[in-house]
Design a protein around this ligand. Structure first.
Ligand code: TXA
Ligand code: MG
Length: 320
C-alpha cells in the first residue's frame, strides 16, 4: 500500500528519481512517470501489465511546453487547445525527438494533454519534464476515480499517491488526431462531440477494432469488470435471470415493479443527468464488481453529450 496525501514536494522527488506517482486529473487518476526517462516509462508498462504496443499520453502544464515537444500544431488542433485546455482533451501531434520512442510505441505522433486539476497542474508546472500517465489501473480493468481505487490495485507499485479527491469528469479524455482526411476522434471521452464540433466543425469517429488500431485503447474488451456484465434492455434481461445474484447499473427512472428482490441497484443518475452519470460510472462499476454478484446488468444511456463516451465504456465492459 502506498502513502496517500497532497505533498507535491514528495511527488516531485519521487518522479525526479524515476519512481512512479499516481496523480489526480479531472478525468481519471493517472500512473505517472518522467516522460524523458525510458526506464521510468518502461516501469509504467510493467506496473500496469500493459502491452508495449499501447502508447502513453504525455501530460504537460502549459501549451508552451507542448510546443517544445510537438513538431507542429495544426490550426484546428490549436483552436481546440485554446478552447479546452486544461481539460479532458488529448491531441495527437507529430512528436519531436526529445520524446522517447517507448512513449509512443514507435509511432510518429505523440498524444498530449493538459489536465484540469489544481494539484496536478501545480506539479506539472514545477517539474522540468513532462509526465506520461496512463489510467492507474491494471491493463483492461476499470479506471480509478479516487485515490483509494488506485491504492487497492497498484498501491505496491507507486512511491506515492497524490490525492485530489474524486475525479470531477470521471471518464477518460477525448482523443483527437488530425490525419489528411480531417479531424478524427479515436476515443470518445470527457469532451463531448457537440463541444468539439462547435469549435472546429464536423469530426469523424473511429469505431474500435480488435487488433492494433491507431488508438489501441480502442481494443474491444477494455474497462471490464470481472463479474459477467450484460448490456441490453433491463426488463428482457431480468426475465431471463435464473435465480442469480444480480446487480443493476441503472440510469434515470426505473419502471415500477421490474426489479427482483435482493438485487443490488446503483443508479448512475436518478434525474437522468449524463454528467453526473459519467462521474459515477467507474466507481459504481467497481462497487458492483466487488459486491460478489453473479451478474451485472446495464442499459445504454442516451447517445448525446457525454452519453456517447458512457455507452462506449458500457459496450467495452460487456464485450467478451
Ligand atoms: O483522461 C485520460 O486520458 C487519462 C488521464 C490519466 O489523463 N489517461 C488515459 O490514458 O486514459 P490511457 O493510457 O489509459 O489511455 C490512453 C489512450 C490509449 O488508448 C492509447 O492507445 C492512446 O491513448 N494513445 C496514446 N498515445 C497515442 C498515440 N501516440 N497515438 C495514438 N493513440 C495513442
Ligand atoms: Mg486506460
Amino acid at each position: 500500500m502506498a502513502d496517500i496525501g497532497t505533498d507535491i514536494d514528495r511527488a516531485i522527488s519521487a518522479l525526479t528519481e524515476g519512481k512512479l506517482v499516481a496523480i489526480p486529473t479531472e478525468t481519471v487518476y493517472g500512473l505517472a512517470g518522467n516522460a524523458f526517462n525510458p526506464d521510468a516509462v518502461a516501469s509504467i508498462f510493467a506496473a500496469k501489465n500493459r502491452p508495449a504496443f499501447d502508447p502513453l499520453i504525455v501530460h504537460t502544464g502549459s501549451l508552451e511546453q507542448v510546443k517544445t515537444l510537438a513538431l507542429k500544431i495544426p490550426e484546428k488542433a490549436g483552436k481546440l487547445a485554446n478552447s479546452f485546455w486544461p481539460g479532458p482533451l488529448t491531441l495527437l501531434l507529430p512528436k519531436r525527438e526529445i520524446i522517447p520512442d517507448i512513449v509512443t510505441s514507435g509511432m510518429p505522433d505523440a498524444a498530449f494533454r493538459i489536465p484540469d486539476n489544481p494539484l496536478t497542474g501545480k506539479l506539472l508546472r514545477a517539474l522540468p519534464f513532462p509526465l506520461v500517465a496512463p489510467s492507474a489501473n491494471p491493463f483492461g480493468y476499470i479506471s480509478p476515480t479516487t485515490a483509494a481505487h488506485v491504492n487497492e490495485q497498484l498501491g505496491d507499485k507507486v512511491a506515492y499517491i497524490l490525492d485530489g479527491g474524486p475525479c470531477e469528469v470521471g471518464i477518460e479524455s477525448t482523443i483527437i488526431g488530425f490525419p489528411d482526411e480531417g479531424p478524427t476522434v479515436y476515443r470518445a471521452g470527457g469532451l463531448a462531440r457537440e463541444e468539439i464540433e462547435k469549435c472546429i466543425g464536423p469530426v469523424q469517429f473511429i469505431r474500435h477494432s480488435t487488433s492494433n488500431p491507431k488508438a489501441p485503447g480502442m481494443l474491444k474488451s477494455h474497462y471490464a469488470p470481472r463479474t459477467p456484465f450484460r448490456l441490453g434492455k433491463l426488463p428482457e434481461m431480468i426475465r431471463q435471470l435464473e435465480d442469480r445474484k444480480t446487480g443493476i447499473l441503472a440510469f434515470g427512472k426505473i419502471p415500477d415493479g421490474i426489479i427482483p428482490e435482493d438485487t443490488v441497484v446503483m443508479n448512475l443518475s436518478e434525474s437522468g443527468d449524463l454528467k453526473e452519470a459519467a462521474k459515477n460510472l467507474f466507481s459504481y462499476m467497481r462497487q458492483l464488481d466487488n459486491a460478489k454478484l453473479d451478474i451485472i446488468l446495464a442499459e445504454k444511456v442516451p447517445d448525446n453529450g457525454l452519453g456517447r463516451a458512457i455507452n462506449d465504456r458500457l459496450r467495452r465492459a460487456a464485450a467478451e
